[in-house]
Design a protein around this ligand. Structure first.
Ligand SMILES: [Zn+2]
Length: 367
């Protein structure tokens, strides 16, 4: 959303709308009948016609102003629970209040919060994270009435998002939150929360995470799996909206994570279980991830149309890892012609265009 920032004094607007409404009523009830009389008596109606034109104008304007006032009033009630956002009766907004679809959305968020509070899901104050979760979830097509059931399904309560308070959040240009993982111990929970915050349903993807548990914990849970491996070798990790991780290796080689660049290049990175590992080694891996996210572009070297679509593609690979298991996935990948992604069943399933493969030139031309 772009546009000039503006503000409205809601009470002043209401007074103005009421006054105009009174004027309109007066013009309608008093002046309009005069038109017939003026014509009947042959009086010059020039000035009367100006008044009637004003009435027509007001007939259009007043309902629009009423709607603006209603929206501004909604915004104000939303601000009331957030003193930091403003005070008194003045509300700020971007662009044109009426053109602002965001406002309808804000009203839906406010309604969702009320319903969640009424059902005891959240307490008196919805946190910023709750609001953001509601916002992204509504954008997946849910209505405010659906939010209570979604909250129960995902176990949302007042403290659900507390873990995200102290983590670094990076956002794409359209506001999608990603979270940096700096401690392997809470990686899985942060990944679930970021998927949830973005409107996803981590309860439905836990099965995949269980099947790919080697990403998070090694045999017998003694180490922290590949997540720990990335962090312990100077790499950087983020939780993504797709509920998978994205990693940038540090300067050091990752050791037991095979360097697959030459085996099945995904042009930009390779999916290992739950982790999308960017190619190459990086002196400042965190800034590679931060730049990729904040610019909303695919990582360096990837031909994918967007970061969002690339991660969707990689998430399908995570599902394949889960379905086939570690050894079988690698076997299937290597025995189906990894040098020809356009005809590779696992790449086709993951979505060739999303992965950055341009195959319309007859197959085999790859990226
Ligand atoms: Zn792929």
């Amino acid at each position: 959303m772009t546009g000039d920032y503006a503000s409205i004094d809601v009470d002043a607007l209401e007074t103005a709308v009421d006054a105009l409404d009174d004027t309109l009523t007066a013009l309608d009830t008093l002046v309009a009948p005069l038109e017939r009389d003026f014509e009947y008596f042959g009086v010059d109606t020039t000035h009367l016609k100006k008044l009637l034109a004003a009435r027509d104008e007001l007939t259009d304007v007043v309902p629009e102003l009423r709607e603006r006032h209603r929206l501004a009033r909604q915004l104000l009630s939303e601000y009331a629970s957030h003193p930091a956002l403003g005070g008194g009766t003045v509300v700020g907004f971007e662009g044109d209040l009426l053109d602002d679809l965001e406002l309808t959305h804000r009203a839906d968020i406010a309604e969702s919060i009320e319903l969640l509070q009424a059902e005891g899901v959240i307490g008196e104050y919805a946190t910023t994270m709750h609001r953001e979760w509601i916002s992204w979830t509504l954008q997946t097509g849910l209505t405010p009435a659906d939010m209570v059931e979604r909250a129960r399904q995902e176990g949302v309560d007042q403290n659900t998002f507390d873990l995200l308070r102290d983590v670094t959040i990076w956002r794409t240009p359209d506001g999608r939150p990603y979270a940096r993982i700096e401690d392997a111990g809470d990686a899985r929970e942060i990944v679930r929360l970021i998927e949830l915050l973005n409107g996803g349903t981590p309860s439905t993807t836990d099965e995949r995470r269980d099947a790919n548990s080697w990403s998070y914990s090694s045999l017998f849970g003694l180490r922290n799996g590949d997540v720990g491996l990335v962090l312990n070798n100077g790499g950087a990790l983020v939780a993504t909206p797709e509920g998978i991780l994205m990693a940038a290796p540090g300067g050091k080689h990752l050791g037991i994570i095979p360097n697959t660049v030459d085996i099945f290049s995904a042009r930009g990175g390779t999916m290992w279980g739950e982790i999308f590992v960017l190619n190459g080694s990086h002196d400042d891996p965190a800034s590679i991830l931060e730049d990729t996210i904040t610019n909303g572009v695919p990582p360096p070297g990837s031909g994918a149309p967007s970061l969002e679509r690339l991660l969707r593609h990689e998430r399908v690979h995570a599902e394949q890892w889960a379905r086939l298991g570690y050894t079988r996935f690698i076997w299937e990948y290597l025995t189906n012609g990894p040098s020809n992604p356009c005809e590779h069943p696992l790449e086709i399933e993951a979505g060739l265009a999303d992965g950055g493969y341009r195959c319309s030139c007859g197959g085999g031309c790859g990226n």
